[in-house]
Design a protein around this ligand. Structure first.
Ligand code: HEC
Length: 156
């Protein structure tokens, strides 16, 4: 009987000792990330876009006019990158690297984005590690639409 109890002790350490905490959005970091977005990204990336706005912009682009922004909106970027890098860890690592060393080969945007806007400049080169981490987390948690949902709502 003693052996059984001792055995259960080890067993419960194995089960309960290895549980990881459920991941919670880090609120303070996300707030900071929004400020980083405002200061470093918003001049090119709008935060969101309404489906009707995007429809009008698309018509203009088809006529050869320039869109009113210099990059896809962040709601779209977030959904798109999550399709390829779904976990927070992979998403954050991708974004931090991409903004520091962007290239068409690495990018996961629609081919249309590179045609219209070209490749993003390496804005992350002048940013601190903390700022990059915060803006990447903000981009991950700020939006929750899947790529499929985004395209259904904003066909283009
Ligand atoms: C000068 C304009 C400009 C600024 C400033 C800018 N971006 Fe971009 N970004 C772009 C363009 C253009 C694209 C689409 C082409 C590409 O992916 O390189 C893009 C694409 C992206 C992508 C998608 C990458 C991919 O191709 O898969 C991410 C993520 C991103 N930007 C994050 C950011 C963040 C975060 C900031 C601020 C720290 C930022 N960008 C600032 C122009 C900009």
């Amino acid at each position: 009987m003693k052996r059984v109890v001792a055995g259960f002790g080890i067993f419960s350490v194995l089960i309960f000792g290895c549980q990881t905490k459920p991941s919670q959005p880090p609120e303070a970091e996300i707030k900071k990330g929004y400020l980083v977005y405002k200061n470093n990204c918003s001049m090119c990336h709008w935060e969101t876009v309404k489906p009707e706005q995007l429809r009008d912009i698309r018509k203009k682009v088809m006529r050869g006019e320039r869109p009113p922004f210099g990059a896809p909106p962040m709601s779209e970027v977030s959904a798109r990158v999550k399709k390829f890098y779904p976990t927070e860890e992979k998403f954050v690592a991708f974004v931090k690297d991409y903004i520091t060393n962007p290239s068409k080969e690495k990018g996961v945007c629609l081919p249309m984005a590179y045609k219209i806007f070209g490749v993003m400049p390496p804005v992350g080169k002048n940013m601190s590690e903390d700022a990059k981490e915060a803006v990447a987390k903000w981009l991950y948690y700020r939006f929750n639409m899947s790529w499929e949902e985004f395209m259904k709502k904003h066909p283009h």
